[in-house]
Design a protein around this ligand. Structure first.
Ligand SMILES: [Zn+2]
Ligand SMILES: [Zn+2]
Length: 141
């Protein structure tokens, strides 16, 4: 993707700082059960590629959440810091980490078929179901 954005953010307590120069201009919401359990609601995150600098690494705990990805959080204040693909080392970073310093557009909702019926975003975005995501990303055998 072109037109990448530079951004810097930190956790609530300030022990961990994340810096990137490769943030996309759109963010996505994930409605999957794992994201909702992790964060208490849909996961709003922006792709930052594989180039993310982390300061305060000793305050980061990484949870091995699936075969293909892991989730990092600050072990001092509990702030969720990233979802990282194990293979490509690409980061999805929660939008709130960056405060109001960046304003990517709401472009996509994934695992839309896993969204519970008791909330719906009003913004019109592209959507993808679980089957569409697996079709796109699962290795072809
Ligand atoms: Zn913290
Ligand atoms: Zn998810």
């Amino acid at each position: 993707m072109n037109n990448l954005v530079s951004a810097k953010g930190s956790c609530l307590c300030g022990a961990v700082t994340l810096t990137t120069k490769t943030m996309e201009q759109q963010f996505a919401a994930c409605h999957c059960g794992m994201c909702r359990r992790w964060g208490g609601g849909p996961f709003l995150a922006v792709s930052c590629g594989a180039s993310v600098q982390i300061e305060g690494e000793d305050s980061v705990t990484v949870f091995n959440s699936s075969e293909w990805a892991e989730r990092g959080f600050c072990n001092k204040c509990g702030t969720h810091l990233f979802y990282r693909l194990k293979g490509s080392q690409e980061y999805q970073i929660p939008l709130g980490i960056f405060g109001n310093s960046v304003t990517p557009e709401f472009g996509l909702q994934v695992f839309i078929d896993k969204k519970p019926i008791n909330y719906t975003f009003a913004d019109k975005t592209k959507t993808m179901t679980e089957a569409q995501i697996y079709e796109l990303y699962a290795p072809k055998s």
